[in-house]
Design a protein around this ligand. Structure first.
Ligand SMILES: [Zn+2]
Length: 220
């Protein structure tokens, strides 16, 4: 499939990184779209990145990366948990829209992480389909604990890494796109207080000299 956005993974990452820095500093460049700009986009979309993040209301994707209409293909679930509709949506972004970057976005003080830790430690399993959230996150919490992470934010950061691995193992389309260099994956955690998206994991080449090695999570 042609890369319709025509952006390389490095260019797509540069857009997000620079947008997040503007957000952190409060220097927004994305004005509210005019009716003319909105109408111009109706003919088609060519976003350069897929943003797959937690649904938390404080982690609003376009705002924190200072992006506009048509810039990002956004998929969000509580705890950025994966099901088949999520996989299909991300595959659509990559294969049909030509997105060259998949950014996975977790954050500190994540309610889905906390609920899963409560379920694992205290047997407090929520009802309804919220139970599904906890069940899907439990393997990440157990893996993080095995690696020595204790703080919920460390466990949440490790869950971003697990999510990246799961995307590749579940989706042959995403795996193939990453292997042939069309797409890169960057795992990020967002800091609620200072607004910064920190790189935790890179799979592929995002061409960022500042991210030679992904920042490792410190076990306490
Ligand atoms: Zn969350």
């Amino acid at each position: 499939m042609q890369n319709m956005s025509a952006a390389t993974p490095a260019e797509a990452w540069k857009k997000l990184r620079e947008g997040n820095l503007r957000f952190v500093e409060g220097n927004f460049t994305q004005p509210r779209p005019t009716p003319e700009q909105r109408a111009a986009l109706a003919a088609g979309q060519s976003p350069s990145s897929v943003l797959f993040g937690c649904a938390d209301s404080r982690v609003a994707a376009e705002l924190i990366f200072d992006q506009g209409l048509g810039d990002m293909f956004v998929v969000r679930t509580a705890g950025h948990l994966i099901d088949t509709a999520v996989l299909g949506s991300i595959e659509f972004g990559v294969e049909e829209l030509g997105c060259s970057l998949i950014a996975i976005l977790g954050h500190d003080s994540c309610g889905a992480v906390k609920a899963t830790i409560d379920a694992v430690d205290n047997g407090e399993v929520p009802g309804g389909f919220i139970r599904d959230i906890v069940e899907r996150m439990t393997p990440s919490v157990l893996t993080a604990r095995r690696l020595g992470y204790k703080h919920p934010d460390e466990i949440g950061a490790d869950h971003v890494l697990e999510t990246a691995k799961l995307l590749l193992s579940r989706s042959t389309i995403i795996d193939a796109a990453v292997r042939d260099g069309r797409v890169a994956i960057v795992g990020l955690t967002y800091n609620l207080v200072d607004g910064r998206a920190i790189v935790r994991k890179v799979i592929g080449d995002i061409g960022d000299p500042d991210v030679v090695e992904a920042i490792e999570i410190q076990a306490d």
